[in-house]
Design a protein around this ligand. Structure first.
Ligand SMILES: NC(=O)c1ccc[n+]([C@@H]2O[C@H](COP(=O)([O-])OP(=O)(O)OC[C@H]3O[C@@H](n4cnc5c(N)ncnc54)[C@H](OP(=O)(O)O)[C@@H]3O)[C@@H](O)[C@H]2O)c1
Length: 422
């Protein structure tokens, strides 16, 4: 039986190849690159439960790189011979050795004739390290099982092709959906040159993100806040509006998790940030980036901001506001691949309105304020054409409920256009 499946890296419609694999049939699948160009032609094997277990092990290893490898992907690798794991590794930090190389180092000479399970196609180019394909060929690995093709245009099927040319058996498509899910920020960054955007909100049962006096500490539980610190670390960059800085004087650091501190980005058109704010005076001031339209008017303030190490990024205004696509492009230029937005209301609404949110995380606390700010004021949607979230899941975090969902930019824009015509 033959099946032609389009495998693109559009995050909204990534094909779940796993469901095909589980049908216990052999398929031929054409894999397509993000530009839908034919990249290769591979025989899809029925993967055994053992093989699924091996790849899941590799995916678990890959996750250990969270927070350390962006803008590179998280990758894990496991080498198996005669039913035994003889090597295992993951990409541990940006610029460091790739997962395959770490696993091969552990396996040593025993890698000859073994099977390598890897969550992302091995690279075929010189980046910060030499091509992994060369290391695999040198180790004389017999078979490579790959969860997903690398969307990086510098690889995009070339790694698989080079292994096949040298007689290595390559099977692609084991746990692909999980591998894609793991690396959504990397995939967006490498294919669209824009950071992945996660918007997080903490609100009461009556939808308030702050009370009538602007106070919001603390809406969510300590359990929720611990999770937020982990997410800050994994994203590597947190963004807020100047309204939140003026109201809360937040630190936006990681205190309930281990790891490097994130960049702290503030949209501050008119440089209203107080020089005494924690973002400018604490030990991580070098990680603060102020996006302003006004980097020359108050030279004394600018000198004082710079003296503490914070950076200023000047962008033009359009109708008195930043064009958020320009903000994201500028942050991508700095190598920022994932932005974790933490408010407030104006920022949350602005990013949603600009179709610039990929993922939404909302904590709902069992509290009612009765008055105060709500998070989302976005014109153009209605009961008939709502801003529809996808793949929504709810779970309890301490006493709070957490909603996680995807926001599909293109479809939302269409929905709003239709709604505006009504
Ligand atoms: N519960 C939660 O999850 C949560 C999280 C964060 C904050 N909060 C609360 O939310 C409140 C703050 O919300 P807020 O709406 O007042 O402030 P905000 O969203 O933090 O910041 C709003 C400001 O950001 C700037 N801004 C936003 N979009 C822009 C754009 N496209 N271009 C240029 N500048 C832009 C504008 O500054 P300019 O003045 O320069 O125009 C605007 O006044 C506080 O009470 C805080 O405690 C709650």
């Amino acid at each position: 039986m033959q099946l032609r499946a389009q495998f693109n890296y559009d995050l909204q419609r990534s094909v779940c190849v796993n469901s095909i694999v589980l049908c216990r049939k052999k398929f031929r699948i054409h894999l397509f690159s993000p530009g839908d160009d034919l990249q290769g032609f591979f025989i899809m094997h029925h993967f055994s439960q053992q093989e699924i277990k091996r790849m899941r092990h590799a995916l678990d290893l890959a996750r250990k790189g969270a927070g350390y490898v962006l803008p590179n992907p998280m990758v894990g690798a496991v080498i198996v011979k005669e039913g035994k794991t003889i090597g295992a590794g993951f990409h541990e930090r940006f610029g460091g050795a790739h997962a395959e190389v770490n696993a091969l180092a552990q396996a040593g000479n025993a890698a000859k004739g073994a099977t390598l399970y890897v969550t992302l196609e091995p690279c075929s180019h010189y980046g910060k390290t030499p091509p992994c394909v060369d290391a695999i060929l040198a180790a004389r690995v017999a078979r490579v099982v790959v969860a997903m093709q690398d969307p990086n245009p510098q690889v995009a099927g070339n790694g698989i092709a080079r292994l096949q040319e040298q007689g290595v058996q390559v099977d692609v498509g084991l746990l692909t959906a999980e591998a894609v899910d793991l690396n959504k920020p990397f995939i967006k960054f490498i294919t669209k040159h824009r950071p992945f955007v996660t918007l997080k909100i903490a609100q009461t049962l009556d939808g308030r993100i702050a009370d009538a006096h602007g106070a919001s500490r603390w809406i969510s539980s300590v359990e929720a806040r611990k999770l937020v610190h982990q997410w800050r670390f994994e994203a590597g960059a947190v963004l807020v509006g100047i309204g939140t800085v003026l109201q809360d004087d937040p630190r936006l650091t990681i205190r309930h998790a281990d790891g490097p501190q994130p960049f702290r980005i503030v949209l501050d058109r008119n440089l209203r940030i107080p020089l005494t704010s924690q973002l400018l005076t604490d030990e991580f001031a070098k990680k603060t980036i102020l996006i302003t339209s006004d980097a020359r008017s108050d030279s004394l303030k600018i000198e004082q901001i710079a003296a503490n190490g914070a950076r200023l990024l000047q962008l033009p205004l359009q109708n008195g506001r930043f064009e958020l696509s320009q903000v994201l492009a500028a942050l991508a230029e700095l190598g920022i691949a994932h932005i974790f937005i933490e408010g407030g209301a104006d920022i949350a609404s602005a990013f949603l309105q600009a179709n610039s949110v990929d993922r939404l995380c909302v904590f709902v606390a069992p509290k009612i304020f009765g008055a105060g700010k709500t998070a989302f004021q976005i014109p153009g949607y209605s009961a008939k054409y709502p801003l529809q979230l996808r793949s929504a899941s709810w779970c309890a975090i301490g006493p709070d409920m957490l909603l996680e969902a995807d926001v599909f930019a293109g479809e939302q824009e269409e929905s709003r256009k239709i709604s505006n015509k009504d």
